[in-house]
Write a protein that binds this ligand. Structure first.
Ligand SMILES: [Zn+2]
Length: 412
């Protein structure tokens, strides 16, 4: 049933008030809170400083695995992966004996807040850095705009709701491995707000810079300075600006700068026999140059009859491991869909990442010490708003996927 324009919207059991001015929700990929603190300290983010003073600065927990797709989908659905189904870049389909990419909407089990508003008559726009997220985030959006910076040179009214997005934004097509990819997203947001005036804009950047540059370093500060300028423009154009992140980011190295890797497939091969178990790293995707597909979260499929409790205990005893669970316990703790996880779930500590086999990770593209994410140690992210919030229960555990709730239901 079509809902009335301007009436509150119900999505996945939560209610959202209609926006009283344009709402721009920004998911800054890999935005460990310290990036913002350090940029403000260095004096390169005056707008963010003002926002924190006059608006609202909170912290929230991202979803574990603290990866890009599960968290973007949590943010736009307002639910954990147990509800929306996207728990990584891919999963292993045991029956079909196939590893399946989950970047197709057929794997999405919940509707998005963006789609629901568009169906109720709101003008919406979604701009992502990488194209891999575009179809998921644009799923069931009605008469809206949805394109990626990566493929901005290949848009059409029929597919993306806009012809020639590249010409519209007016910047050169950015490389997929560059800070410009994210800048393009912000520039598109400003241009959209200036010209098309959507009611709701969702912007999702890429963590290319955060994988390379630690908080407070020149490369990082330059990125946040760039971002600060665009956020200020969005604010000046009269938007409610709401910012969060899909996950944080940490160095995953020893003091020398070498990656701390536990090669889980090699370990399980040693214990159980070659390829008896199958380790899945849900961070793996077509863009792995900057992290070598190494993150702090893994799941493993074990053969029938395997002594799961024993294997859990053995892995848990390895140095650098934070927690290991059997599927049911892990899915309960992290709110994950059981049918898309292996028999055990493994999370490594802040300075350690998980790999499959040593020879399957090409680390030659890593020209700086490894920084990555995926674990509990990258779970805390900022929740920033350019207006004051009220009525938030301080005892409530805030999540990054509460960003729409706070932006629409709790700002003064
Ligand atoms: Zn990310």
């Amino acid at each position: 049933m079509a809902e009335m324009k301007n009436a509150p919207i119900n999505v996945n059991g939560r209610t959202y008030r209609w926006m009283d001015r344009p709402l721009v929700v920004v998911c800054v990929d890999g935005c460990e809170p310290d990036y913002i603190t350090q940029a403000m300290q260095a004096g390169v983010a005056p707008y963010l400083r003002e926002l924190c003073e006059k608006g609202t600065s909170l912290l929230g927990d991202a979803v574990v695995p603290s990866f890009t797709n599960p968290n973007n989908l949590s943010i736009v659905t307002g639910t954990p992966p147990a509800v929306h189904g996207i728990c990584g870049n891919y999963f292993y389909d045991r029956d079909a004996d196939k590893e399946v990419m989950m970047n197709d909407p057929q794997y999405l089990r919940a509707g998005t807040i963006i789609a629901k508003f568009s169906q109720a008559g709101a003008k919406v726009a979604v701009v992502t850095a990488k194209d891999k997220l575009r179809t998921l985030l644009g799923h069931q959006v009605k008469d809206g705009i949805c394109f990626s910076a990566e493929k901005a040179n290949d848009t059409s009214k029929a597919k993306n709701g806009i012809d020639d997005a590249l010409g519209f934004v007016g910047l050169p097509l950015p490389s997929v491995y560059s800070a410009h990819l994210s800048e393009f997203v912000f520039a598109a947001g400003v241009k959209l707000l200036e010209t098309r005036k959507p009611d709701l804009i969702y912007l999702s950047t890429t963590d290319y810079v955060q994988h390379k540059d630690a908080p407070g370093t020149p490369g990082a500060n330059e990125f946040y300075k760039m971002m600060d300028g665009y956020l200020k423009k969005l604010d000046q154009l009269g938007a409610t600006v709401a910012l969060t992140a899909d996950h944080g980011m940490n160095a995953k190295t020893d003091a020398k700068g070498d990656p701390n890797v536990i090669y889980l497939q090699d370990t399980l091969d040693q214990w159980l026999g070659k390829d008896v178990a199958r380790v899945i790293l849900p961070i793996t995707d077509p863009y792995v140059v900057h992290h070598g597909a190494l993150g702090s979260f893994a799941t493993a499929y074990l053969p029938a009859g395997a002594k799961i409790g024993e294997i859990v205990a053995r892995i848990a005893a390895l140095p650098g491991i934070e927690v290991v669970y059997d599927r049911a316990s892990g899915c309960r703790r992290f709110e994950l869909p059981e049918d898309r996880m292996g028999d055990i779930i493994i999370v490594s500590e802040r300075l350690t990442v998980l790999g499959t086999s040593r020879e399957r990770h090409d680390l030659s593209g890593l020209n700086v010490p490894l920084r990555s994410h995926g674990g509990i140690s990258e779970q805390t992210v900022p929740l920033l708003f350019n207006r004051r919030a009220n009525g938030i229960d301080r005892s409530r555990r805030l999540r990054n996927f509460d960003v729409f709730d706070i932006a629409l239901n709790h700002l003064q």
